[in-house]
Design a protein around this ligand. Structure first.
Ligand code: ZN
Length: 210
């Protein structure tokens, strides 16, 4: 037991604890917020780098509430601000890691840390995106990720993820730099994903493209 606690302290050293009171925290955010429709591939806001967050104010807090509400309504495990049409570097997440532990949190101005050769193990798994509704494709990504950024108050944070959560951290950071997961696919797989999207019907409200 004592050994375990020591390990935990070392594991959490410098990293945000995003695994406690997850249900209560996620519920509080989403109940204050309003779900907004999701932007889809082709909308310009998804295809350019978002602006840095510089004001850590009530307006940002309200945006984060809306993002949690939208994420829940669309049944997502992560959501970037430009997916509800807002040009700001913020993402939220509600995602299990490779041990099934739920992580809930928010990162502003995220930057992915470079992995060392030993840390970099590619994991090939199915990936989807709320902004490419009803489509899925296999994509290899490192099975471990560390993101540095700021919380809603502007304090520096460091988030670490494994498995599906590592994939989520990379996917959401990509969004804020104007990159969708389908941009990382081969031409053929990308085309197939867009075909799946064209043939499917999203289960949530989307923003029509002009
Ligand atoms: Zn996405």
């Amino acid at each position: 037991m004592a050994q375990h606690e020591t390990d935990q302290q070392e594991i959490n050293d410098g990293f945000v604890v995003d695994t406690e009171n997850t249900e209560e925290r996620e519920q509080a955010y989403r109940e204050r917020g309003t779900a907004r429709p999701i932007t889809v591939v082709g909308n310009p806001v998804l295809h350019k780098e978002c602006k840095d967050v510089t004001e850590f104010d009530d307006k940002l807090a309200a945006l984060i509430d809306d993002m949690f509400a939208s994420q829940r309504a669309a049944e997502g495990v992560g959501l970037a601000a430009n997916q509800i049409g807002v040009d700001l570097k913020v993402f939220v997440y509600d995602c299990p890691d490779d041990e099934g532990v739920r992580h809930v949190g928010v990162v502003c101005n995220p930057v992915l840390e470079e992995l060392s050769q030993e840390e970099r193990n590619l994991d090939e798994a199915n990936e989807g995106c709320l902004s490419v509704p009803t489509a899925y494709a296999e994509l290899a990504r490192p099975d471990y990720a560390v993101v540095r950024g700021q919380d809603a108050e502007g304090n520096p944070v460091k988030v670490r993820g494994t498995g599906y959560f590592a994939r989520c951290l990379q996917h959401e950071t990509d969004h804020l730099y104007g990159r969708l997961y389908i941009d990382r696919l081969s031409k053929r797989d990308r085309k197939d994903a867009l075909k799946q999207m064209a043939e499917g019907t999203p289960r949530y409200e989307t923003v029509p493209n002009d």
